[in-house]
Design a protein around this ligand. Structure first.
Ligand SMILES: [Zn+2]
Length: 308
């Protein structure tokens, strides 16, 4: 009697799970995300199930992206929306606030265990006193430990929305974390010969990368929110470039800022290289995050190596 009862239950369980798997396979969770590096981390976790849709195209700065009505429609019909936070996608805060009860929203800046750093004031830094403590620098994905923390949070969020595939998400997350560990070792090798050579940065997007890899950035012209230093600050900046023999300046991809051209014309000889923190020049697809990060390391190394 008891055996028969167990048998009936198992058959029922098989039927139920079979039905559920069938339905879920037709219906992968709809994921909407802001920037490409975050999409890449999500895609690693959702491999074999689906793909996230990014609303900020490569080449558009997330600091000043505007949401179109079509973007809003994609947000409303999503199961989960991932974004960094109001510090980065400033225009997303209001629409996401209205959406909160209908869609699961994951704000990366609020993920537990994430390493967060304060925005640094633009200008030349000399040791202490460089952080404003007014707000957090949102370029958090450039710290490989943060990428791992974000991957775990993605797996948790996907598991809540789509519990039938929780094991797939967990396994994919394990693999993604492993891949980042390997990437981390590779980047350390790439940067080893140039670690203590000072350089300067136009837009302060690289704080997390610099700290993770012990790089020596002496200062920036615009802060993490793109506020520019004043005239006095600029004079001091130029002075430091000369006295410390700064031979490398990083800026964001796109046209070389006018100010950098002016600096070069003033007789300061520096290498100027694009530091592509959102991977705008990296081909989307498998390994995007790792390619973007090792690309950043190669850029720094080339910029700090004597010109051939
Ligand atoms: Zn930025």
């Amino acid at each position: 009697m008891k055996i028969k009862y167990v048998f009936v239950l198992s058959v029922l369980a098989l039927m139920v799970s079979g039905v559920d798997i069938g339905r879920a396979a037709e219906n992968p969770p709809r994921i909407v995300v802001s920037i490409q590096p975050l999409k890449a981390l999500i895609d690693q976790v959702i491999t074999g199930v689906g793909e996230a849709e990014n609303l900020i195209n490569p080449g558009v700065s997330p600091h000043d992206q505007r949401l179109k009505p079509s973007d809003m429609r994609r947000m409303v019909s999503a199961d989960i929306v991932f974004w960094v936070g109001p510090e980065l996608e400033q225009t997303w805060q209001k629409p996401l606030g209205n959406l909160k009860d209908k869609v699961r929203v994951v704000q990366v800046m609020k993920i537990q265990g994430l390493h967060k750093k304060y925005v640094r004031k633009a200008g030349i830094w000399d040791g202490s006193g460089s952080t404003g403590k007014a707000a957090y620098d949102p370029h958090v994905w450039l710290d490989p430990e943060n990428a791992k923390t974000i991957i775990r949070a993605i797996a948790r969020a996907l598991g809540k929305t789509d519990p039938e595939r929780i094991e797939i998400y967990r396994k994919n997350a394990d693999q993604a974390v492993k891949a980042i560990g390997e990437m981390d070792a590779e980047i350390k090798n790439i940067l080893a010969p140039v670690r203590n050579i000072p350089f300067a940065v136009y837009h302060d997007a690289g704080q997390y990368f610099e700290t993770a890899y012990g790089l020596d950035n002496v200062g920036t012209i615009t802060d993490a929110f793109e506020n520019r230093i004043g005239t006095a600050g600029m004079t001091r900046f130029m002075g430091t470039l000369k006295t410390r023999n700064i031979a490398c300046m990083l800026y964001e991809p796109g046209p070389v800022p006018q100010l950098l051209q002016t600096i070069q014309q003033s007789g300061i000889t520096m290498q100027i290289r694009a530091f592509d923190v959102i991977g705008s020049e990296v081909k989307p697809g498998i390994g995007f995050y790792e390619k973007m990060m090792t690309g950043l390391a190669r850029t720094v190394r080339a910029c700090l190596s004597p010109k051939q």
